[in-house]
Design a binder for this molecule. Structure first.
Ligand code: HEC
Length: 136
């Protein structure tokens, strides 16, 4: 129920149509390229499904593949296990990111998923993805 409430509390996203996709008449070229990467090469939409950009399902991103356990800010960083996909509507207004706030900027989250999904995104694709998420 709290979650349903949260869905209704999203801030307005004037560039999105009723399906949660960009209205090309309102969006910039950069945002539109970002949307293409989000739904295409980067496959973010497999889990972050429009219009709210979540599938409401649990996923194990297995970030621990990429580091060895160590203490960070007094907490043992190790396997996180399955976590529910966070919605991305209004995302620019809610840093820090991830369940433990480990990432401070949207740029960081793109770097994170670039690593986790082994995407090999170009700098341009990364910047476009951030521009797209700022419009959500
Ligand atoms: C396999 C499913 C999956 C894919 C693919 C995926 N995500 Fe996520 N995303 C998640 C989950 C699960 C979380 C929450 C993880 C956590 O808190 O540790 C999340 C969290 C986030 C967050 C932080 C949200 C918040 O409120 O803190 C952002 C931003 C994000 N994802 C963007 C992306 C982008 C951009 C891509 C594509 C490059 C992507 N995700 C691909 C499942 C996915």
């Amino acid at each position: 129920m709290a979650e349903f409430q949260a869905l209704l509390d999203f801030p307005p996203a004037p560039k999105l149509n009723i399906y949660g996709k960009l209205d090309p008449r309102k969006a910039t070229a950069e945002e539109l390229r970002g949307q293409e990467v989000f739904f295409g090469k980067a496959q973010c939409a497999v889990c972050h499904v429009p219009p709210y950009y979540t599938d409401n399902l649990m996923h194990n991103l297995k970030a621990e593949r990429f580091f060895s356990p160590k203490m960070i800010n007094g907490r043992m960083a190790s396997a996180d296990g399955p976590i529910k996909t966070f919605p991305l509507r209004g995302i620019k207004d809610s840093p820090p990111y991830m369940h433990d706030g480990r990432l401070l900027t949207l740029e960081d989250t793109v770097e994170f998923f670039n690593l986790i999904q082994e995407l090999k995104l170009t700098d341009q694709e990364k910047a476009d993805l951030v521009a797209f998420m700022r419009a959500l």
